[in-house]
Design a protein around this ligand. Structure first.
Ligand SMILES: [Cu+2]
Length: 473
């Protein structure tokens, strides 16, 4: 049964929203937002609405099925997606912390991966001791967030929907009945759902040329649909020096940080790479290495390792208020797909507005270090630079084999050093498994401990001293 719920906001409601939407939703001083004083705005919004004869905001109606009972018996595969809403303190670049709001103790929240046509059963739980209610608006659901409303501390709520469209879809907290949504999302409550096409992904064609004698001709290379996959989620932060959400900075588009998967410069070399390439843990090989040092544990920077001549698939979402000009220095984006439709091939940069996504398929042709950036210079220098290393550009295979770190030469350093867990989405229907995954990401110590206890992930901060000992012996 379709639920048809119209929500009408009257002038009174607009006035209430004006006073509360632009600020924090709760008063705890330790996590208070810095609110904008509507009385100090240049225009009198309420007076303007009066002059227009009033304003009625009609929320979009839900048209998706939300009845879990019906959908669970529909013959479709049901995938449960359980989240908790938690306010926690997390680190930012420079050694300070900020007052984060998270889904399940991590930023971004857990990635949901389903197949087109599956039923998603989303359950949001808010612990008793949480300071505010939260919601969840999943763009894959085709439902209004207003329909779900807000879940209060100590409560659990759920809804079900059919993931009808393939692609990458944002999900985000919808605040307390939309109030404070900006603060909750920009403090960390965002993530993605990947909906794999029901018939799988397409093989990749990369256009090359070849020469025979003096004749140059097209030489199309085809790659199987199976790919090594990564997820990159872009956002901005707006923080006061005390680490609180700064609504004034947000309204002025004056962001204080640009983050990829929650962190500034999270995927750059660390001390192990310094040692391998420069022979010295303290001799940086990249211009910005702010998360170096074993004490950073799950926050220590890591690199993204791929093979040459390997099909790589990137799931990318722009959660932010600013555009993302996605570019990989030294590479061409071989294919750009949005909503299971190819938008471009062999393009240098692709633009994503706020809450837009894409799937980039590419092959790293030559050994090297490639920086994936938001080609907005302000974004690059505030954190949107992510380093991929393809093949063995530093000629490390002989050393690694000689020292016994690896038994034989490898096609990528991932076989020796692993890839960061937060950049790796759950396995899908055309996924190539990563050789190893290291615990990495903007997550609480509790989440990191659970990952370590699972035995599925490597704690790099424990491995690096061992490898360093071997390399220097
Ligand atoms: Cu929230």
């Amino acid at each position: 049964m379709n639920k048809r719920v119209s929500m009408l906001f009257t002038i009174a409601a607009v006035a209430v929203m004006g006073a509360t939407l632009f600020g924090s939703t709760y008063t705890q001083t330790q996590i208070a937002g810095q609110s904008l004083d509507i009385n100090k705005m240049d225009v009198d919004v309420i007076e303007q609405i009066h002059q227009m004869g009033g304003l009625q905001l009609v929320m979009p109606q839900a048209f998706a099925e939300t009845d879990c009972g019906v959908l669970e018996n529909s013959g479709r595969t049901v995938v449960e997606f359980n989240l908790t809403g938690e306010s926690v303190e997390l680190p930012i670049m420079g050694g300070k912390t900020f007052n984060a709001m998270t889904f399940s103790g991590q930023v971004p929240g857990p990635t949901l991966r389903v197949t087109q046509g599956d039923v998603v059963k989303m359950t949001l739980t808010i612990p008793d001791d949480e300071v505010t209610g939260h919601g969840n608006d999943m763009h894959a659901s085709q439902m209004s967030a207003g329909n779900f409303e807000s879940v209060n501390p100590g409560e659990t709520s759920q809804y079900c929907y059919i993931a009808e469209s393939a692609g990458v879809f944002k999900y985000h907290c919808s605040g307390v009945k939309l109030i404070g949504m900006d603060q909750h999302v920009l403090s960390g409550m965002y993530g993605i759902a990947i909906v794999d096409p029901i018939n799988g992904y397409k093989k990749l064609m990369v256009e090359k040329t070849s020469v025979s004698g003096s004749e140059v001709s097209l030489d199309r290379q085809f790659y199987d649909a199976d790919a090594l996959e990564f997820q990159l989620q872009y956002n901005q932060m707006y923080l006061t020096p005390e680490g609180n959400y700064d609504a004034g900075a947000m309204f002025g588009h004056q962001n204080t940080a640009t983050v990829v998967n929650g962190m500034q410069f999270g995927y750059v070399p660390n001390m192990a790479h310094n040692l391998l390439v420069n022979g010295d843990v303290n001799k940086n090989i990249f211009v910005a290495q702010p998360w170096n040092g074993l004490e950073h544990k799950q926050y220590q920077s890591q690199l993204l390792f791929v093979e040459n001549d390997q099909h790589v698939r990137l799931f990318i979402e722009n959660h932010g208020n600013e555009p993302l000009f996605f570019h990989i220095v030294g590479e061409i984006l071989d294919r750009v797909t949005q909503g299971n439709r190819v938008q471009s091939a062999a393009t240098e940069t692709w633009l994503l507005g706020g809450s837009q996504n894409m799937i980039v398929d590419l092959v790293f042709d030559e050994p090297g270090a490639y920086a994936a950036v938001n080609h907005d210079y302000a974004a690059i220098y505030t954190g949107a630079a992510t380093v991929f290393v393809a093949g063995d550009p530093f000629g490390l295979n002989p050393v690694l084999v000689e020292k016994g770190v690896i038994p034989a030469p490898v096609a990528s350093y991932a076989y020796a050093l692993g890839n960061p867990s937060d950049a790796v989405p759950p396995m899908g229907m055309n996924s190539i498994a990563h050789p190893a995954q290291n615990i990495h990401g903007l997550m609480t110590d509790e989440v990191a401990s659970e990952m370590q206890a699972s035995g599925d992930y490597v704690a790099l901060w424990e491995v690096i001293p061992v490898v360093a000992e071997i390399l220097t012996s």
